[in-house]
Design a protein around this ligand. Sequence first.
Ligand SMILES: NC(=O)c1ccc[n+]([C@@H]2O[C@H](COP(=O)([O-])OP(=O)(O)OC[C@H]3O[C@@H](n4cnc5c(N)ncnc54)[C@H](O)[C@@H]3O)[C@@H](O)[C@H]2O)c1
Length: 329
Amino acid sequence: MLVTGGAGYIGSHTVKALGAAGHHVIVFDNFSAGHAQAIRRAAVVVGDVCDGDAVYRALVEHRVTAVLHFAAWLSVADSVRDPAGYYANNVGGALSVLGAMARASVRVLVFSSTAAVYGRPVETPISEDHPTQPINPYGETKLAVERALPYFCRAYGLEATSLRYFNAAGADPDGTLGEDHRPEIHLIPRAIEAALGGPALDVFGEDYDTPDGTCLRDYVHVSDVADAHVLALGARNEPASVMVFNVGNARPHSVREVIAVVERVARRPVPWRGAPRRAGDPAVLYASNAKISRELGWTPRFADLESMVETAWRWRRDHPHGYQNGSAS
Ligand SMILES: NC(=O)c1ccc[n+]([C@@H]2O[C@H](COP(=O)([O-])OP(=O)(O)OC[C@H]3O[C@@H](n4cnc5c(N)ncnc54)[C@H](O)[C@@H]3O)[C@@H](O)[C@H]2O)c1
């Protein structure tokens, strides 16, 4: 298996899950956001996915049979500021991986997509056949790749699975892997940081039409996201076809609820302050996971918010500098 972006948050957890399932894994990463210490028991190729020849060489040299393509940038705000960079890295990178796969006759792909492809929900829970109308460049880049996949499948016999993750959260339960984005853009690690004396947490909008006025989101444990990849690889697609699955818990939690759980787990207050709504933040976003449960047999092991916060808290407590300074155990 070639795992692009395998040094990143979800990629590294998936590398671990693939290894446990008996797969031989090669990580392909340029370390623009990933961490060498997050890679255990996998060969590493340092390279950029936009370099199609480098991807092709890795596929051939390591006799790869399937690619899991995580490598991408994922900040909505940055994608608004730098659409050129986001299209180049996320769309250009994916097309270069797909081209290299076609040249090397590698037929199986699992693609990291996102709930951001749906845009503003017209109904919740969101099922896979909900309209896809992204409201930011990040979501557009992921949808552009999804839209290219059927053509690559038909022309080159590719079998592709697109996994649309909702909000990945938590850390590996054995404490060796965790979330270390720089800057951190996700709610749970930011709330933990605030509890530990970091900057107060900004809560973007307290006047949404939700029970406590803050946005509702679907948090899914990163190890459960990793498991979805192992299941996707084990499933047999129709030849030359694309399958699409949501990866979410189908349970919405508000920002205020997340803060309360962090306070309970950390046993300290989370200082927070109200901030204006962010453009393009829908009030409620949560998945239907009926399809992935039914067709792949996916059952989340850590569906409760407490488990996500508790594993994230332990990771942060034991690795105050994340993967830096050799502090990762
Ligand atoms: N984290 C989430 O909640 C979430 C939600 C939905 C979708 N996703 C998608 O999942 C994937 C992984 O997300 P993550 O949170 O693990 O991100 P991450 O930033 O932790 O990991 C991304 C990895 O890709 C690498 N990378 C980026 N551009 C590259 C390039 N051009 N060449 C080689 N390597 C490159 C980075 O160095 C990093 O190791 C992304 O595609 C993201 O869009 C994430």
